[in-house]
Design a protein around this ligand. Structure first.
Ligand code: GLC
Length: 534
């Protein structure tokens, strides 16, 4: 990267909004675009550069918008295209960027393309989806499984064939080997890019191409009964096929028609496989999402190793990125606990690379227990005994202590945390010990210090409890970050170098201002960001 002139998506922070749950403006209990507009000043105040909106398109909402019936429209729940244009304008007026969710792997079964495709075997759109004959005994064409439980094949009575769906049966997978499908989706991209959208988060990028021969996936010998049933087989033929990179490259060249647009790829793969999505010579995704902080055990040795492995594996042109939570995973607070989530915040905002913040994480919002009768997520409903519902991490944003937390004036679509009267933006803004204050201060420092924004990452030390690293650039201060990933006190002593400086930000504000030299004593759950003497 060019130190003197980093691109906005390298120096800036991305913030994910789950539109149903951010801000309701028309009293129907569901968030909407006018609601997002109302809260843009908050995001600007927080120091966010780019907003990524989960899907806002017309959809039957079987998978809450990830089942799209019209790629170029806006769901009436969220508003209309004028509201969208207004949002885009308001975002840009604040010198911010807008990223849309692009869901190219599958559409809704209500999309006109699929309705045509399923109407007859000789319909011109038949080959836009993945249709296969049954095996001689009438069973599914192969053993591929759906992410949401059961077989990934659905029998169609009318045309007497199965179609493939990696997710719900109402989310049929498009056939990306078909050039007409490619063209149609590139056309969708042009539609939004011409409007001025700054890029896309591309849904399940590693799913887009499947094995041409549709071979059976191997059985997973390590499958555990508590896991999602999709893990019974290893997805070696149904995902991450070599030809996907050609598709990603083509998507990239659509973006490259325009100035400074970008795409993030949603990809759950091990580091080496993930790296290939940057493309050879950097012609792939700008940021293949790096989900290690939300998939690895929260333990110092594992994390220290993974950070270095990731740094070491990045291609020369590849810019790193980090994520703690998203709408598909438990929130960081509920995975590592409230105290450690402060340490996690410090890690996310001091590592090298673009951080993505999931709405509400900056307040320390926790997964909300949803009574079974109120569960909405199909993943939760289809595998009820496995506790896989994603609803708990999708509850309404907590703005104020008013009824319904200032999110809405009526009962929201998903229940609020019962702690919202004390955990909300308004109360936390004036509380020096609040999570929001920690986020705000870390962001402010990160965005003003070249070493934190784009400087190099130098691992310094790690053991059973600690992870420590230095960030430095050719200009500005150098920083030492020491994180205690356990609840017990720990000692830090750098080997081979002398480090002296002053604690500038700490997970316990009482530690701030302290001068450190040689041995450093940290309490349990402590994170220290130290400005080193020059
Ligand atoms: C992605 C989305 C998830 C959705 C799935 C199917 O993983 O993040 O929410 O259910 O794709 O579109």
């Amino acid at each position: 990267m060019n130190e003197a002139n980093p691109l906005w998506w390298q120096s800036g922070i991305v913030y994910q909004i789950y539109p149903r749950s951010f801000q309701d403006s028309n009293a129907d209990g569901v968030g909407d675009l006018r609601g997002v507009i109302k809260r843009l000043d908050y995001l600007k105040w927080l120091g966010i550069k780019a907003v990524w909106l989960s899907p806002i398109y017309p959809s039957p909402m079987d998978d809450f918008g990830y089942d799209i019936a019209d790629y170029k429209g806006i769901h009436p729940l969220f508003g209309n295209i004028e509201d969208f244009d207004a949002l885009l304008e308001e975002v840009h007026a604040r010198d911010m960027k807008l990223l849309l969710d692009l869901v190219p792997n599958h559409s809704s079964d209500q999309h006109p393309w699929f309705k045509e495709s399923r109407s007859s075997r000789d319909n011109p759109k038949r080959n836009w989806y993945l249709w296969k004959d049954a095996r001689p005994d009438g069973s599914e064409p192969n053993n591929w499984l759906s992410e949401f439980g059961g077989s990934a094949w659905q029998w169609d009575e009318t045309t007497q064939q199965y179609y493939y769906h990696a997710f719900l049966a109402s989310q049929p997978d498009l056939n990306w080997r078909n050039p007409e499908v490619q063209q149609a989706m590139f056309d969708v991209m042009h539609f939004w890019l011409k409007k001025g959208v700054d890029g896309f988060r591309v849904d399940v990028m590693w799913h887009m191409i499947k094995d041409e021969q549709f071979r059976d996936n191997p059985i997973n010998p390590d499958y555990q009964p508590h896991e999602s049933t999709v893990k019974k087989v290893l997805a070696v033929y149904s995902t991450d096929q070599p030809e996907v990179h050609e598709i990603v490259r083509k998507m990239r060249s659509v973006l490259d028609h325009y100035k400074e647009r970008m795409m993030i790829g949603e990809i759950y793969l091990p580091i080496q496989r993930l790296m290939s999505y940057y493309g050879t010579d950097g012609n792939g995704a700008h940021l293949p999402f790096n989900f290690q902080l939300l998939t690895l055990p929260w333990e110092a040795p594992q994390l220290a190793a993974a950070i270095s492995q990731y740094e070491g594996a990045l291609p020369q042109h590849g810019w790193p990125n980090w994520v703690l939570s998203n709408h598909d995973q438990p929130r960081i607070t509920s995975r590592v606990g409230m105290q450690q989530s402060r340490v996690a915040a410090m890690l996310l905002l001091t590592l090298r690379g673009t951080p993505t913040i999931y709405y509400g994480d900056e307040l320390g919002m926790q997964d909300v227990p949803i009574p079974f009768a109120e569960v909405q997520d199909p993943q939760g409903l289809n595998m009820p005994d496995k506790n896989l519902s994603r609803d708990p991490a999708r509850t309404p944003m907590q703005w104020t202590e008013e009824n319904y937390a200032g999110f809405s004036t009526v009962k929201p679509w998903l229940r609020l945390a019962n702690t919202y009267r004390r955990v909300n933006v308004e109360t936390q803004k004036s509380d020096p010990y609040a999570m929001l204050t920690l986020y705000k201060r870390l962001i402010e420092l990160r965005q003003s210090e070249p070493s934190l924004m784009w400087g190099s990452y130098i691992p310094v030390y790690s053991d059973q409890q600690l992870v420590a690293f230095i960030r430095e650039a050719s200009t500005g201060s150098r920083f030492l970050i020491i994180l205690n990933l356990t609840h017990r006190p720990a000692y830090f002593k750098a080997e081979h170098i002398t480090l002296e400086g002053i604690v500038e930000i700490a997970t316990f504000p009482e530690d701030e201002g302290q001068r450190i030299k040689d041995y450093i004593t940290l309490s349990g759950d402590a994170g220290l960001l130290i400005r080193l003497d020059s």
